[in-house]
Design a protein around this ligand. Structure first.
Ligand code: 6PG
Length: 235
């Protein structure tokens, strides 16, 4: 299940994404005293991180009780240009954001599977039953999301919340949240901007045939909220 919000441009889409973040953070912090988030990777979220880091409303949140995870990570150190963690933390490295706890997926570890199990244990430590407050995702032009790529055995994981997966098209290892983890979150947000995402978004909202991993994101209980600009939205 999924819902769609379309905005005139990327700036308005990111503004909405920020308002949604602040609203859910405020609610979680007042109800449970903690706000747990999985940030997405790739290039799209940079617009969101830039907006977040300059928002006075966001700065007013109690970042000491916000816990940042990632939806996926490449097998590289945090200072590598490919690092999803590195990209976000370059922008969110100043106060008050630096007061948050931020846990990087250590996908470059030799014992990757153990690193994934340790990351899962971290999620379970801060999120009862491993249920995150928000999972942010992007979508690739091939319909992948997080590091769940078409035809990958990672798509069939039913139990683990975090796994490592060899991505053939990238010829590299990744660590990723699984569908069980993503789909049990309180909120799932897919931020898709630009014309290149339009074919996948159109198929996702107009066709029943399940061809792409992104179509498996969202449930009756927690529909995935797709936030798009007009270029990415289904025509
Ligand atoms: C990654 C991401 C991936 C990303 C999509 C879209 O590590 O690459 O998590 O799932 O969200 O590939 O990437 P862009 O935002 O760069 O289009």
């Amino acid at each position: 299940m999924r819902s769609l919000k379309v905005f005139a441009n990327d700036d308005e889409a990111v503004r909405f994404c920020l308002d949604h973040f602040i609203q859910n953070a405020t609610e979680a912090l007042s109800k449970r005293g903690i706000f747990t988030v999985a940030l997405s990777g790739g290039s799209t979220p940079k617009l969101f991180f830039d907006r977040l880091s300059s928002s006075e409303q966001a700065k007013a949140l109690d970042w000491k009780h916000i816990v940042l995870f990632w939806s996926d990570e490449r097998a590289c150190p945090p200072d590598h240009p490919d690092s999803n963690y590195g990209m976000a933390m370059k922008i969110l490295s100043h106060e008050p954001f630096s007061c948050a706890q931020a846990f990087r997926m250590q996908a470059e570890e030799d014992d990757r599977d153990n690193a994934a199990r340790e990351y899962e244990a971290l999620i379970k430590k801060y999120c009862p039953e491993g249920r995150l407050d928000i999972v942010y995702l992007g979508v690739g032009e091939d319909g992948h999301t997080a590091s769940l790529f078409p035809h990958s055995p990672a798509l069939d994981e039913k139990k683990r919340l975090v796994i490592v997966t060899f991505v053939e098209v990238k010829m590299s290892w990744r660590m990723t949240l699984t569908f069980p983890c993503i789909n049990q979150a309180r909120n799932i947000v897919v931020l898709a901007l630009g014309a290149k995402k339009a074919p996948i978004i159109k198929h996702t909202f107009n066709d029943k045939e399940i061809l792409y991993p992104i179509q498996r994101v969202g449930t009756e209980k927690t529909p995935a909220l797709f936030i798009c600009d007009r270029e990415a939205a289904p025509k």
